[in-house]
Write a protein that binds this ligand. Structure first.
Ligand SMILES: Nc1ncnc2c1ncn2[C@@H]1O[C@H](COP(=O)(O)OP(=O)(O)OP(=O)(O)O)[C@@H](O)[C@H]1O
Ligand SMILES: Nc1ccn([C@H]2C[C@H](O)[C@@H](COP(=O)(O)O)O2)c(=O)n1
Length: 248
């Protein structure tokens, strides 16, 4: 992650969406750190509520049980891009939310409307209190959570590229590296399908989002591209141009 912090001319709200493994988290953290913005990982919030449910005996195959428990845990997110933090009922969830057990259950939990209402409210509150601007990444930020964002970016990449990126970092529950590329790609596309086909707030590119295909780009190139888009959006915002213009 770059260490230089350059000044943005206006406090911008940036929405970064896209399927799994397209580079949303890596890009969002680096862009926020470079431009001195706050950062919110909304996937981590859905993962944290899923982890809480799994740890507290909620049957995650039962939509009604999930809905009934949606308001119970306290989910707290840090917004420092250099030290992302997430807790559920005061317990550090940063490690447990990345296990395969949580990854396998998170699409089902996050599809339940009561969960989405709860987490969306939390996200809007955090974004509204980020006085210096914020980069919020997820699946429905540009379409549902922050439709008035100053800049919307939709990251894509081929399933093969995403699986190759993911397989380098995944661990089994026993702590062994995941080496089966085909299985990784299958799990990733299955999660995308579930996230894109759910009724409430599916994964979807906002009409006014800038699409960036990262398949052939290095992470550094993607970061540079998004930094430029944010700087342009911030300059337009400072000049008082309409929000729709800022997102082009
Ligand atoms: N352009 C790129 N080239 C190569 N590797 C990349 C690129 N972008 C991201 N990566 C790597 O791919 C992996 C997944 O990236 P990241 O976690 O940022 O994706 P994501 O879209 O946030 O995924 P998810 O939605 O599943 O959390 C990381 O190991 C990251 O370093
Ligand atoms: N805005 C969001 C963010 C995430 N989700 C769901 C769908 C994902 O499969 C899951 C985990 O996200 P990740 O950590 O992989 O980015 O959370 C969502 O529905 N809406």
């Amino acid at each position: 992650m770059p260490t230089t912090v350059s000044a943005t001319p206006a406090a911008v709200i940036v929405a970064i969406d896209g399927p799994s493994g397209t580079g949303k988290s890596s890009t969002s953290k680096a862009v926020a750190a470079q431009l001195g913005l706050s950062y919110l990982d909304t996937g981590a919030q859905y993962r944290a509520i899923t982890w809480w449910m799994l740890s507290n005996g909620v049957d995650v195959s039962d939509q009604q049980a999930i809905a009934a428990a949606a308001d119970k845990p306290s989910i707290v997110s840090g917004t420092d891009p250099r030290q992302p933090a997430i807790s559920a009922d005061g317990l550090d969830a940063a490690g447990p939310i990345r296990t395969q057990e949580v990854t396998a259950a998170v699409s089902a939990v996050s599809a339940v409307p009561e969960v989405r209402t709860r987490i969306t409210e939390l996200q809007r509150t955090i974004a509204a209190s980020a006085d210096g601007g914020i980069v919020v990444e997820g699946r429905d930020i540009g379409t549902t959570v922050l439709p008035g964002a100053d800049l919307k970016v939709f990251l894509t990449a081929s399933p093969e590229a995403r699986a190759a990126r993911r397989s380098g970092e995944l661990k089994t529950t026993e702590g062994k590296p995941v080496t089966d590329l085909a299985a990784t790609q299958q799990a990733l596309t299955a999660r995308d399908k579930a996230d894109s086909s759910r009724k409430t707030s599916p994964l979807k590119k906002a009409d006014d989002a800038v699409e960036v295909d990262t398949t052939e780009l290095t992470l550094e190139q993607v970061i540079e591209c998004v930094v430029t888009l944010v700087e342009k959006a911030a300059a337009r915002k400072a000049e008082g141009e309409p929000v729709e213009e800022a997102a082009r």
